[in-house]
Design a protein around this ligand. Structure first.
Ligand SMILES: Cc1ncc(COP(=O)(O)O)c(C=O)c1O
Length: 364
C-alpha cells in the first residue's frame, strides 16, 4: 500500500542509462547536453541533472535564468546553457554563476557584462528565437568576438520537424546550418556547434556536430511518440495511486460529476484519489485505463480534481489498498506515457510536465 495518495516514482538510474545510451549513439565524439528545463520535464531538475551527469552528460541546458540559478544554488557545477530569451538584467545576473547565454541581436551582444559566455543562434527554420539572416548572426558573433572581456563559445540552431521522420524540412534546416557552421568555423576557433534535440540525435548523426541537446530522450520518453523501447530508451517516470474505495454499482447508478457514466449492469467500481489537480487531465474522462493487480481497467465517468473512478467489472478481487498504476508497469502490463498523450491528442512532454507539484516525486 502507498504511503501517499499519489506519487510519481522516478528512477534516476533510468535517466543515467538513457544518457549513456544516447551517448553511445553520438557520432565523432559529440558531447551530450541534458535538457532539464521545466523541472526536468516534470522529473525534478536537480535529480535529473545529477543523474544525467552520472550517465555522461557534460553539459546541462535550461530555458530560463531562474532555472539556471536553481542548479547553481543546489551546487551543480559544470557547463550550463540557458537556451531561452533573457533580459539584459537576467543575462548580467548569470555571469556570476558562469552560465552560458544565447545571443542573436547586436544590441543584446553589446549589453553583455564582462565575463559572459555566449552562443549565437541562427534560425534555420524553427521561426522562433534566433536571427534568420546568417549575415546578422555573423555580425553578432563578430561583435562578441571583438570584445576581449566576453567569450564567444558556441553556435546553435533548433529543428522544427526532427520528430517527423521522413519529412524534407529537417534535412533542409540541417543543410542550412551545416553550411553556416563551415563558414563560421573558418572565422572563429573552438566554436561548440550544436543543433540536435532528441529526435534529431536519433534520426541523423549528421546533426550531432560538437554537441546534442537532448531532453525528452533522457527521461526515456520517445520523441517520435511511439514505444521508447524501439529507440533503446527506458521510461524513468511512473505515476501511482491506490484504491481508496470499492463499491458495488447496480444498473442505473452513476459515478462522478454530470453522471457521464451510468452502470449498464451490476459491476464493482474503485475510486482512485488522483485527478486533474494532480495533472491527470479531465480530457481522460472515460478514455484511459488504470492498472490494478496487473490488469487494465477502464476509467469511467468524469475525472474530477482529486479522484477518478474505475470499472472493475462484475467480479473482482481488487481490494481497498491495492496500488493503481496510471503510467508505468505492473506485473508485466504497462501503460506508456505515449499512450496517455495519444488519448489526450498531445505529446508525452505535456503529460509529464503537467504533473503538478501536489504529486510528490519519489526517487530511486
Ligand atoms: C532549443 C532547444 N533545444 C533542445 C531541446 C530538447 O528537445 P527534446 O526534448 O525534444 O530533446 C529543446 C526542448 O524543447 C529546446 O527548446
Amino acid at each position: 500500500m502507498l504511503s501517499e495518495r499519489a506519487v510519481a516514482r522516478i528512477s534516476t538510474d533510468a535517466i543515467s542509462r538513457n544518457c549513456a545510451h544516447l551517448r553511445s549513439r553520438l557520432a565523432g565524439g559529440a558531447e551530450l547536453c541534458a535538457v532539464v528545463k521545466a523541472d526536468g520535464y516534470g522529473h525534478g531538475a536537480l535529480q535529473s541533472a545529477r543523474a544525467a551527469r552520472d550517465g555522461g552528460a557534460t553539459w546541462l541546458a535550461v530555458a530560463t535564468a531562474g532555472e539556471a540559478v536553481a542548479l547553481r544554488q543546489a551546487g551543480i557545477d559544470g557547463r550550463v546553457l540557458v537556451m531561452g530569451a533573457l533580459t539584459a538584467e537576467e543575462a548580467h545576473a548569470l555571469v556570476q554563476g558562469g552560465v552560458d547565454v544565447v545571443a542573436w541581436t547586436p544590441g543584446f551582444a553589446r549589453s553583455l557584462a564582462s565575463d559572459a559566455r555566449v552562443h549565437v543562434k541562427l534560425d534555420t527554420g524553427m521561426g522562433r528565437l534566433g536571427a534568420k539572416d546568417p549575415e546578422e548572426v555573423r555580425a553578432v558573433a563578430a561583435e562578441v568576438a571583438a570584445r576581449d572581456d566576453v567569450e564567444l563559445v558556441g553556435l546553435m540552431t533548433h529543428f522544427a520537424t526532427a520528430d517527423e521522420r521522413g519529412d524534407d524540412y529537417f534535412p533542409a534546416q540541417l543543410a542550412r546550418f551545416t553550411e553556416f557552421v563551415e563558414g563560421m568555423r573558418s572565422e572563429h576557433d573552438g566554436l561548440v556547434c550544436h543543433a540536435a534535440n532528441s529526435a534529431a540525435t536519433l534520426r541523423d548523426p549528421a546533426s550531432h556536430f560538437d554537441m546534442v541537446r537532448c531532453g525528452v530522450g533522457i527521461y526515456g520518453l520517445d520523441p517520435f511518440q511511439a514505444d521508447p523501447a524501439d529507440e533503446g530508451l527506458e521510461p524513468a517516470l511512473s505515476l501511482e495511486s491506490w484504491v481508496a474505495s470499492v463499491k458495488r454499482f447496480e444498473p442505473g447508478e452513476s459515478a462522478g460529476y454530470g453522471r457521464r457514466w451510468v452502470a449498464g449492469e451490476s459491476t464493482w467500481v474503485a475510486t482512485v484519489p488522483v485527478g486533474y489537480g494532480d495533472g491527470w487531465r479531465r480530457g481522460l474522462s472515460g478514455d484511459c485505463d488504470v492498472l490494478i493487480r496487473g490488469c487494465r481497467h477502464p476509467l469511467v465517468g468524469t475525472v474530477s480534481m482529486d479522484n477518478v473512478t474505475v470499472d472493475l467489472g462484475a467480479d473482482t478481487d481488487v481490494e481497498v489498498g491495492d496500488t493503481a498504476v496510471l503510467i508505468g508497469e505492473q506485473d508485466g502490463e504497462r501503460i506508456l506515457c505515449e499512450e496517455v498523450a495519444r488519448r489526450l491528442h498531445t505529446i508525452n512532454y505535456e503529460v509529464t510536465c503537467g504533473l503538478t507539484q501536489r504529486v510528490p516525486r519519489g526517487y530511486s
